[in-house]
Design a protein around this ligand. Structure first.
Ligand code: ATP
Length: 238
């Protein structure tokens, strides 16, 4: 609880041409936390993650990591800053093998650490079984595991996850969220974007709700999970 938050967004404004996607977002993630960022389609969740990871530059406002400004970093500097980004839609290198994909995750470090590879294979035994398989032929769930594993190879202190449940069967989603919990218990902080609010809030310590570029609610995950407004808007209850 002492010192600056691991990640802090201050009055962040981000746009695409005439579109104002984020209109002054303030958010923080403390070391060791799991934080869920919820909201409907187009609320600005992906834009938030892309701004943290340097894929988008903010129009104004600040991104701080350990209290130091990082807005303006380029996305290839991200691994050096201890950030890992698991993008929406997984984006694995389809023609490369599982092992090659994992090595790509470490290429910004001096050399891949064999301990990281062991950690990834311990978390995802399926990836070990399929290590010589071309990634494009993996199932959706396996590709999601690979995308997470690849990000872990960069030794992130903070892992940004964009809709890890997207397009996956409920059983696979359960499995992946179980592994995310394990990753967090091993010491990695998570900032998680999800449309699947129930899953996300069951894993998270705290949550934020975005609506058309503005935060409209935040609090402990348990409180959000039982909030009638959240239940009506995001958990399909009316
Ligand atoms: P989704 O779950 O659908 O990805 P989201 O909450 O992640 O939703 P964003 O992708 O961050 O939402 O989009 C926020 C707003 O910015 C939306 O109005 C969207 O149409 C717009 N937007 C996103 N990407 C672009 C782009 N490349 N060019 C123009 N507008 C964009």
């Amino acid at each position: 609880p002492d010192g600056p938050p691991l990640l802090e967004l201050r009055d962040l404004h981000v746009g695409y041409g005439a579109i104002e996607a984020l209109k002054g977002v303030d958010l923080e993630v403390r070391r060791g936390e799991v934080v869920a960022l919820l909201g409907a389609n187009g609320a600005g969740k992906s834009t938030t993650l892309k701004t943290v990871s340097g894929m988008l530059a903010p129009r104004s406002g600040e991104v701080l990591l350990h209290g130091e400004r990082i807005d303006g970093i380029t996305s290839h500097q991200l691994v050096r800053f201890g950030l890992g980004h698991v993008p929406e839609g997984r984006r694995v290198f389809g023609r490369m093998t599982v092992l090659e994909n994992l090595h790509m995750g470490a290429y910004r470090l001096r050399r891949p650490d064999p301990a990281d590879l062991e950690r990834v294979f311990a978390l995802f035994p399926r990836l070990h079984e399929r290590r010589r398989q071309v990634a494009g032929t993996l199932s959706g769930g396996e590709q999601q595991m690979l995308a997470i594993g690849r990000a872990l190879m960069g030794k992130p202190e903070l892992l940004l996850l964009d809709e890890p449940s997207m397009g996956l069967a409920p059983l696979i989603v359960q499995q992946i969220f179980g592994i995310l919990r394990e990753i967090n218990e091993q010491g990695t902080t998570l900032l998680l974007v999800e449309q699947n609010a129930t899953q996300a809030l069951q894993l998270a310590d705290r949550g934020y709700v975005l609506e058309t570029g503005e935060l409209v609610m935040s609090g402990p995950a348990g409180e959000l999970l039982s909030d009638p407004r959240i239940r009506a808007a995001y958990l399909g209850e009316h």
